[in-house]
Design a protein around this ligand. Sequence first.
Ligand SMILES: [Zn+2]
Length: 152
Amino acid sequence: MQGSTTTRITEAEKYVYTRSAAQRITNREIEKLEIWRYCCLVKPRNQRPTFISKKSFKEDFAQSRKKRASEIGVTHQKINTKLFTVNSSRDIFHNYSVIAKEDHLYCDCPDQDRQRELNITPAMCKHGYAVLMTLGCNSLKEYIQKNIYKQI
Ligand SMILES: [Zn+2]
């Protein structure tokens, strides 16, 4: 057997190339999504199928989390300076703990748990991005380059 029809789709791919991501990218309701080898085929409602690059999905993966991060409250725990308490956006009585590490921000939320499980690295969730913003960084790359870890 050969050909693209037998391409195995990993759980990690299913976590990144989603219909909700395609909806954000196209601003259309997506009826169908197929993960192909080099891109994704999507069928927006009342429209012809179209392709979305995998790069666009990867950008959306970070961008959608960054966007949601701006609405989340962050408390810096001064006693243990590497620890931040981040409010859950869904449940105001629930918090997540984000620990600043040298090259990433560890969070105990289900999103980061899932990303680690799927080997999506560096695992980044909206809580991690919320902490990055609090620290004056726009990206994890900036956080690493400016060596923010040493300054907090
Ligand atoms: Zn998180």
